[in-house]
Design a protein around this ligand. Structure first.
Ligand code: UDP
Ligand code: MG
Length: 330
């Protein structure tokens, strides 16, 4: 890798897993697209532990291309970690992401960048595959449902969460951290980090080389992640209000039932054989458990913010990347 003295204006991040047949075209077409517009660029190509020689090919391609920066991960960590590895290394004031399989159109990159350049009220431009070229039943339908669910649940309404082609102002990227499967929720995370988001229709092609790494089997994981996202967006700062709320809704009827039975007992009725007794005791115990979980969550939250790890808020200063609201005294 050759050092570049002045940082580029745009950092393009591409996660790569077993895409050796796509890489030469990808690199050529990204270069052509970027040379057609005025901003300088770098391509951070993250090899996510490929076993088909993608990493080696990247190193080779980089030898004659100073703007190509390969990052070779030690094993396959997944798309989110691949993207994060790229995000950790960006130097530009704009960041662009796209897939390595050429399903996204590199020629659309200038379109997204132009929007960021000309519209100061937008921090993130998300591609919208209006004419998506994937299998209808196994890919498009689940993704349509997922879009609805995620839009509803996180309150960030988009047509196409899953489009990898996106462009951001740098400070947004600095504020989000991807792991696990969270790349599916980047717009929600970005919104949470203060991004004003817009969607722009982009082209989409069928995969012509290599195979898709994802199937329909991920539904349950996505549902669990969705629950996590809602929790993160709404209750991250007050876990007691999420768990404790459930706890009180359970414990209150439980207490009423027990009080009622207590009165009956007081007036000489036999309450031993009543299923209601068990229900009352169960509800109260479950309620106490939920409140306790909320308190533990609250404790963790306090530790998180007070240790300086958590950002409680972000200040609206678009072109600076370090303005955060760490809760610790600085
Ligand atoms: N990818 C990755 N690590 C993985 C799986 C996928 O870096 O563990 C990359 C892959 O090479 C591609 C992008 O993530 O650039 C999207 O993957 P894919 O095209 O298989 O997903 P699909 O478009 O079918 O949803
Ligand atoms: Mg793909």
């Amino acid at each position: 890798m050759q050092p570049i003295s002045t940082p580029p204006e745009v950092s393009i991040v591409v996660p790569i897993y077993n895409e050796v047949d796509n890489l030469p075209d990808l690199v050529t077409r990204i270069e052509a697209a970027m040379r057609s517009q005025p901003l300088s660029f770098e391509l951070i190509a993250v090899d996510d532990g490929s076993r088909d020689g993608s990493g080696k090919l990247l190193l080779e391609l980089a030898r004659t291309r100073p703007w190509l920066r390969p990052v070779l991960l030690a094993r396959n960590y997944g798309q989110s970690s691949g993207l994060q590895a790229g995000f950790d290394r960006v130097r530009g004031r704009y960041v662009v992401t796209l897939d390595a399989d050429l399903q996204n159109e590199p020629d659309d990159i200038p379109l997204l960048l132009n929007r960021l350049e000309t519209d100061p009220d937008v921090d993130m431009v998300s591609g919208w595959r209006k004419d998506r070229q994937d299998a209808a039943l196994s890919r498009k339908l689940p993704s349509k449902i997922a879009n609805r669910l995620i839009s509803q649940a996180t309150g960030v309404q988009l047509h196409d969460y899953g489009c990898a082609l996106k462009a951001y102002r740098r400070h947004i990227i600095d504020r989000i951290h991807l792991y696990g499967e969270l790349h599916r929720f980047i717009p929600s995370l970005a919104r949470d980090a203060g991004a004003r988001i817009t969607e722009v229709p982009v082209r989409h092609h069928a995969r012509t080389r290599g195979v898709s790494k994802y199937g329909i089997d991920r539904t349950f994981r996505v549902i669990l992640d969705l629950i996590l996202m809602v929790f993160l967006m709404r209750y991250r700062q007050r876990p007691l209000h999420a768990f404790g709320g459930v706890g009180l809704w359970l414990a209150t009827p439980g207490f009423l039932i027990l009080a009622w039975l207590f009165l009956l007992k007081l007036f000489g009725h036999d309450i031993g054989g009543r299923p209601l007794l068990i229900v009352g005791v169960m509800l109260v115990l479950m309620g106490i458990t939920f409140v306790a979980a909320g308190l533990i969550g609250e404790l963790l939250t306090r530790i998180y913010y007070e240790s300086g790890g958590g950002q409680q808020y972000y200040v609206n200063e678009p072109e600076t990347s370090s303005e955060t609201g760490a809760n610790s005294p600085a």
